[in-house]
Write a protein that binds this ligand. Structure first.
Ligand SMILES: [Zn+2]
Length: 192
């Protein structure tokens, strides 16, 4: 599979977009083999075999995919207690609404927690700039929105508003937060 992937893959474009140093592809080596070995160690000490599929706290968390955020750890959650739905930005997309709808109707969750964060990758791109870059390189613009933003607090409010207006999700027990990547603290966002 390696070698058939064009060298101009998304990781390079993303690095250009956020103004960071581009890592040459030759410096990259896949880690999955190592992860498979680490999983063997994990499975050797596995003790979660009796957890139920329905989250114990009846909670679903929607968070950004940022690699610095351990969603369970930062909220003090244990396995089996909450659904975690993550994407770039932690934005409320149609697929997040699909997941929340299933979480609530099929697996009984009632409470929603949104966690965006400071220094997000989506603050470093613009919708138009990113999509134009893709079009110039690939000849086609994606249909999806990049959902870039300037202020994570404003973006949490936007996500909360979307959940308040969709008929598919009950947002009557919903709280929103911005995680500070420099302190580990979450700061609550309120909507009027
Ligand atoms: Zn982020």
């Amino acid at each position: 599979m390696r070698g058939t992937i064009p060298t101009s893959c998304h990781s390079v474009e993303w690095a250009v977009a956020v103004g960071t140093t581009v890592t040459p592809m030759s410096d990259f080596s896949p880690s999955t083999d190592q992860l498979v070995e680490l999983n063997a160690e994990f499975a050797a000490g596995f003790a979660d075999h009796d957890l139920q599929v329905a989250p114990l706290r009846k909670m679903a968390v929607v968070a950004c995919m940022d690699s610095r955020m351990d969603t369970f750890k930062l909220l003090g959650l244990e396995n089996g207690e909450a659904h975690i739905i993550r994407n770039a930005g932690g934005i409320v997309s149609d697929d997040v609404i699909r997941s929340l709808c299933l979480s609530q109707r099929a697996l009984g969750t009632r409470e929603i927690v949104l966690v965006h964060h400071t220094d997000c990758g989506l603050q470093k791109v613009t919708d138009d700039g990113f999509k134009t870059q893709l079009e110039q390189e690939l000849g086609i613009k994606p249909r999806w929105s990049v959902e870039s933003f300037d202020d994570p607090f404003v973006d949490v409010r936007q996500s909360m508003q979307r959940l308040l207006v969709t008929p598919f999700v009950d947002a009557s027990h919903m709280r929103g937060f911005v995680y500070d990547v420099t302190t580990g603290k979450i700061n609550e966002v309120t909507i009027d």
